[in-house]
Write a protein that binds this ligand. Structure first.
Ligand code: FES
Length: 248
């Protein structure tokens, strides 16, 4: 997994571009991306072994350049686990065992033929439904917090960046730095009662109060929440207009 120290918004843009290029190549340069659900329910029903078996088979068959295997967060129908999503055509497989992996590789990946015994079935007729978007269970849902589930590998920061992760923070920080404000401290805290959301608390130092006011005016429209806890004079400095502020 690549690791980066992100020093500027251009680096974020570059990572996003690379991720989008890779996504575009699925089904073209990269033949297949196999997303194995690694949520709690699927792990309990054996998805770790399924993922390892796919990885092993791909090496054995010499498909490393064409096929990638990724974990994903809970896709929803945990009772059907382990579940697997084939990204090239969005085929959804359920109750996949390690023994089924060879069939999925030889049939779906190598011949483009869906393994119907592992697909979702229509309640009334038991007719197979191949694609995730055609399954009633998914059609009736609109995922908000978990909208990237099945789209990105939760263990890859790059994939998060590919879905605009950190861009809002970068925009605010760039505005602060372009305004000549020194950010002497930045902390993040979970927002109580709101899963997966964080607020950022910042200590800012500036030479003139006008600089601070100007930056606040610019970041206000691009933040959901902005609170100034206090503005103070920086002690012991010759210029009495130098100051600091604590903002979240
Ligand atoms: S844990 Fe896999 S679908 Fe929920």
């Amino acid at each position: 997994m690549p690791s980066h120290i992100i020093k500027n918004p251009e680096m974020l843009e570059k990572i996003k571009r690379n991720v989008l290029e890779e996504r575009k190549s699925i089904g073209i340069d990269i033949k297949e991306k196999i997303m194995v659900c690694m949520g709690g329910g699927c792990i309990a029903s054996g998805s770790q072994k399924v993922k390892e078996t796919f990885e092993k088979l791909i090496v054995e068959k010499g498909l490393n350049d064409d096929v990638v295997v990724c974990g994903t967060g809970c896709l929803g129908p945990c009772v059907k686990g382990p579940v697997v999503l084939m990204k090239s055509d969005n085929t959804f497989y359920q109750k996949v065992t390690p023994e089924d992996c060879a069939k999925i590789i030889s049939s779906h990946v190598m011949k483009g033929k869906v393994v119907e015994k592992l697909t979702w079935k229509k309640d009334a007729t038991q007719a197979p439904i191949h694609k995730l978007q055609d399954i009633e269970f998914f059609r009736r849902q609109k995922k908000i917090v978990l909208r990237n589930c099945g789209e990105i590998d939760p263990l890859s920061i790059d994939e998060y960046i590919g879905n605009d992760g950190y861009f809002a923070l970068a925009k605010v920080l760039t505005t602060i730095s372009d305004g000549g404000i020194n950010l002497s401290k930045l902390q993040s805290f979970p927002i109580p009662g709101s899963d997966f959301k964080y607020s950022f608390h910042a200590d800012m130092e500036f030479d003139e109060i006008e600089q601070f006011n100007d930056v606040i005016k610019k970041i206000k429209p691009i933040t959901e929440h902005l609170k100034i806890y206090g503005v103070y004079k920086r002690g012991g400095l010759p210029n009495p207009s130098k100051g600091g502020a604590y903002v979240s």
